[in-house]
Ligand binder design. Sequence first.
Ligand SMILES: Cc1ncc(COP(=O)(O)O)c(C=O)c1O
Length: 412
Amino acid sequence: MTPAPTLAFPRSQRQLLGSVIDSSTSLLAEQTHDIVRFAMGAPNEDLMPIAALDDAFASQRSGRFDYGDSAGEPRLREQILRLVGETEVATTDDRLLVTTGGMQGLDLAFKLCVDPGDLVIVEAPTYTNGNATALSYGAEVIGAPTDAHGLIVDGLPEIVARAGRTPKAIYTIPNFQNPMGVTLTRERRVRLLELAERWGAMIIEDDPYGLLRFGGEHVASFAEIAPGHPLVFQVRTFSKTIAPGLRVGWIDVDPELRQLAISAKQAMDTCTGVPAQNAVAMFLENGHLAPHIERLKPIYRERKIAMRRELERAFGDRAVATDPDGGFFLWVTFAGALESIDTEALFTDALAEGVAYIPGPAFTTDGSMRNSLRLCFATSSPERIAEGVDRLARAAALAVPGAGLPTVGGSS
Ligand SMILES: Cc1ncc(COP(=O)(O)O)c(C=O)c1O
């Protein structure tokens, strides 16, 4: 008998990491007890504009099940142009490509900008799937420290000097960063553009949360600072502002790069699903997006305040949380008596207590940040947030019995 042939996976894909976020989601799906869900970064269904989307899908007529334009449905591109012009700075149709969610935008960015072995700088911590995408194209990824004002841009030249070569791309989530919730200051954006020019590096700007600002002042985007800059590859999505299941996003890039991106997309999925594009276009044409976002803002603001308050109540100074002006996430780092907590190890107890989060190491390139975790405040009501934080404190008290955590309500 001839031996069964073995499949040799391509070298370029051996670094592929399963998404920790997705595996946490499937682990969650297996649980049958009540769980407060702080893990996923998605709007809850009760905050999605379901009725308007249902109407938009139902009212579509002929052509909706055909292949569409690879660049995106013209009516949607028209609406995106309007949206970007109203909220940022005018862009042009020859820069836009509709993508299948923000993830496809990131995939195109790394596919088109990075060769195997190229250096890519990412924020530390950063969005797991962004990092994984860079790795899938063979990038050598280095995490750069990030503080309450975003990526510490002034630290980059030293990192580059140590690496002994310049980066091909710098991946940043400038607004309400995933996972920290922090926003890159204008000064740092200007400086990052200067460094990108010096190094000939592409800034991959991933901005799913920018429209969800519920506090503080608007910070000028790269496009507002340097309109049409050829070294900025902007990735956007409607997943967080409308609904993630639509899988509709876009990229805004130099026209020459956009042509390449269109060819690359044709080889990936030909076009983004036409009914979903039409539904988003109609939602925008009917003027639903602005009032929908205005409705979300005070809700998310209240939830962020509630989560910070409950963390303070349950942990005191044993947990330090960021204080975002928008988006979905708090980044929590255990301190003092809880500093030794390993959030990956804690996850099992937390799940048993009935609360889910994403452990810090999932957002790093080297498995560090073990005593940090990401909490999504956007998905739960203030009451559920209080319950979830209590459950987290119970799990932490089990992990570090001598930590002297204040008594938390209820018992499991
Ligand atoms: C920073 C960041 N980039 C990209 C994405 C992916 O967006 P999409 O769901 O539209 O693919 C997400 C979703 O969580 C995200 O947080």
